[in-house]
Design a protein around this ligand. Structure first.
Ligand code: EPU
Length: 461
């Protein structure tokens, strides 16, 4: 049965602002689903933002993209009806819905609740069009091998952030007994009997390799220990979902995760953790406009280093259990920072922070340690008058008093968000193109910023 993902939840609040991709998903849903629409990222809509408004008010964030995508895959581990609540209506959720659809599950999305029916027999395959449209699809590899002993997954290439290999995913699964063959761009994996628990020493705390290993290990034979595991809050949330399903995962959120394999899992309902990257983006929207914004449904401890750096630039921050209030300075001060795995400064907040530092008083040095091509957006920021020099993984950002609005392009999710933020502080108006990238990770960025007082709108292509 075709995957039915109707990302229409916003229509109740803003009936005239239904984005194109929600309509696309509506058209693609049901029996007329068109598998030839491989990558719906080509629509030429734009965001127009006029600078100068001081943002004030409250905004709530939805569930974390980087948790929900893996939690959708985790559902494949048990036949039956699963439910995720607090699911954002973003393009990547609908793309992952298409992956699940291909594997044989059926999905329904309504009111931020995703219901997924997983059959007893699944098709252990993820084709190129879906893997190319969303790299995170590679996380199906471990679960498919664990559940069926086989997997055929298109080998993901690099993307706008860099080459992004998957060698650590494969090394871990090999140590658990899987074998792989790469032919004609397709990775075929198989295992003789069940995967076996193993001690995995990750070379680097990779988020995806940690997740693939956990998902493979939950129904493997024996105990798996992951040393040097990624400690991201999203991984803790995935472990919580798996434990509710009957798995035995301990230590998520620390460097050492232990998974005792169990015979079978069962479906559950799980509430997705708040999106710290969405929250951090609204925090910088408040900071860059010298406004005051309350951000709800996100634990500020998940943004510890990012908020500390925002305090160093002159923001005042009040922290609650699941909210924080940020008041921006008249003009930010320069600050140096380097991206690192959690609890370090998140690479997915780097472009937004650079947008803020572009108009700071002084020179900041930014070091990007996660990706080899994450500074591409800086050329667009420079079109707006930013004074930045990049060399290898360093950027020297010399703050200018003001940016100047102009047409720019979003190369990836966070780059797009950063350019919108820059537009909030720029003189005149900025149009951001290629905004389907923004829709991959933000539900209604435009509506939420407008609710805080931004002069912002979506323009049809
Ligand atoms: N890497 C390897 N080999 C591997 C795996 C990773 O060399 O086998 C390298 C990558 O190329 C990268 C670094 O290790 O340079 C970190 O990669 P990691 O595996 O930690 O990241 P990921 O799982 O591919 C997730 C998020 C990213 C986020 C990173 C880092 C999802 C769907 N994606 O990617 O999110 O930047 O962790 O925190 O969870 C975004 O949301 O905009 C986004 C890009």
């Amino acid at each position: 049965m075709a995957c039915l993902i109707q990302l229409l939840t916003r229509s109740a609040e803003s009936p005239t602002r239904l984005p194109w991709w929600a309509q696309t998903q509506r058209q693609c849903a049901g029996p007329t689903y068109n598998a030839a629409v491989t990558n719906p990222l080509d629509i030429d809509e734009k965001i127009k933002v006029t600078g100068g408004s001081v943002l004030k008010g409250e905004v709530g964030v939805l569930g974390a993209k980087n948790a929900v995508l893996k939690e959708m895959v985790a559902m494949l581990m048990a036949a039956g009806v699963h439910r995720l609540t607090n699911v954002p209506g973003i393009l990547d959720v609908s793309l992952m819905g298409r992956v699940l659809d291909h594997i044989g599950a059926s999905c329904e999305f309504e009111g931020h609740t995703l219901t997924v029916q997983v059959p007893d027999e699944i098709n252990p395959e993820a084709p190129l069009d879906l893997v190319r449209a969303m790299r995170a699809s590679i996380v199906v590899l471990g679960p498919l091998l664990a559940r069926t002993g086989r997997a055929r997954v298109a080998f993901p290439g690099g993307d706008d952030l860099g080459s992004r290999p998957i060698d650590w995913h494969l090394d871990s699964l090999r140590q658990m007994g899987a074998e792989f063959k790469l032919e004609h761009g397709v990775l075929t994996g198989w295992v003789d009997g069940r995967l076996k628990g193993a001690t995995l020493d990750l070379e680097f705390p990779s988020v995806g390799a940690t997740e693939n290993s956990i998902l493979a290990a939950v129904i493997a034979d024996g105990v798996t220990t992951i040393n040097n595991a990624a400690r991201e809050p999203e991984i803790q949330d995935i472990a919580a979902q798996l434990n509710a399903m009957g798995a035995k995962v301990t230590g998520a959120g620390t460097h050492t995760i232990t998974i005792e394999g169990v015979g079978a899992l069962h479906p559950v309902e799980h509430h997705v953790i708040g999106d710290r990257l969405e929250a951090g983006t609204y925090a910088i929207a408040g900071a860059i406009t010298g406004g005051e914004v309350t951000i709800r449904n996100c634990d500020p401890a998940h943004l510890r280093m990012e908020l500390r750096k925002l305090e160093e630039v002159g923001c005042e921050i009040e922290r609650g259990d699941d909210f924080f209030v940020i008041a921006g300075p008249k003009r930010a001060k320069a600050v140096d920072f380097a991206t690192l795995p959690f609890p370090g400064f998140h690479t997915d907040m780097q472009p937004q922070m650079v947008a803020l530092l572009a108009t700071a008083d002084g020179t900041s040095i930014v070091t990007e340690n996660l990706y080899d091509s994450r500074f591409r957006y800086i050329g667009e920021l420079m079109r707006m008058g930013a004074d930045v020099t990049t060399e290898w993984q360093h950027a020297v950002v010399r703050g200018v008093p003001t940016l100047s609005g102009c047409p720019v392009l979003a190369f990836d999710i966070r780059a797009g968000a950063a350019l919108v933020l820059a537009g909030l502080a720029a003189d005149g108006f900025t149009t951001v193109g290629d905004i389907s990238h923004i829709d991959r990770g933000y539900e209604d960025l435009v509506g939420k910023l407008a609710s805080l007082g931004a002069q912002i709108e979506r323009l049809a292509g």
